[in-house]
Design a protein around this ligand. Sequence first.
Ligand SMILES: *Cc1c(COP(=O)(O)O)cnc(C)c1O
Length: 230
Amino acid sequence: MRENVLSIKERIATAAARSGRAPRDVMLVGVSKFQPLDSLYMALDCGITVFGENRAQERESKAASWTRESAVWHMIGHLQRNKAKRAAELFDCIESVDSLQLASTLDRIMAETRLKVAPYPVMIEVNTSGEESKYGVEPSRFLELVEEISRDCRRLAIDGLMTIGPLEGGERGARESFALLRSLAAEAREKLGLPMRHLSMGMSGDFEIAIEEGSTLVRIGTGIFGARHG
Ligand SMILES: *Cc1c(COP(=O)(O)O)cnc(C)c1O
């Protein structure tokens, strides 16, 4: 795993340099879904401090038996509203907000439970590829959604945008998808004055392309942990 992490970090640095940025401008999230706790501990020892999980339930069972120093947890999978409270307790950021209903639920939870003192960080997931299997708001409805969330959900901080690159379409398809996310963030900055700090895009198979297109956060699973168990 140490070699995997080193190699990913080198590739991040090289891709960042190609886009005129420093390696520290790209955050590395280790996607630990379906991985046993021992692998997460090993990843901690290799310097991974932020983990991504796609199910609240799996995160909960890991939290229950966690014995190591605390880490930062990002929710990267589709979140149902009835699991929003649990997710807000278990995660430091929810990257997969894609509806006003979910955002409003999270906002209300923050009001009721005072879970967090500061606004709770979320990202807006956009379906940039148009693939039907994917969650995320459609690009044409993105600006409206962000405007509504920033207006109505004052206890949430929109920390950026997230997308999953297309399954099909090769490098060109991936690049188009990532460039679209970048341009949507620029539009939200310009029209709504929102900071849009993060572009969460890029996984094991396409993170270098994503970084060239402006990614500030890559979500790497198999590239760090190897094949998933289950
Ligand atoms: C599983 C997953 C990843 C990691 O995928 P790899 O190809 O294993 O790097 C990244 N983002 C999301 C949303 C995922 O569900």
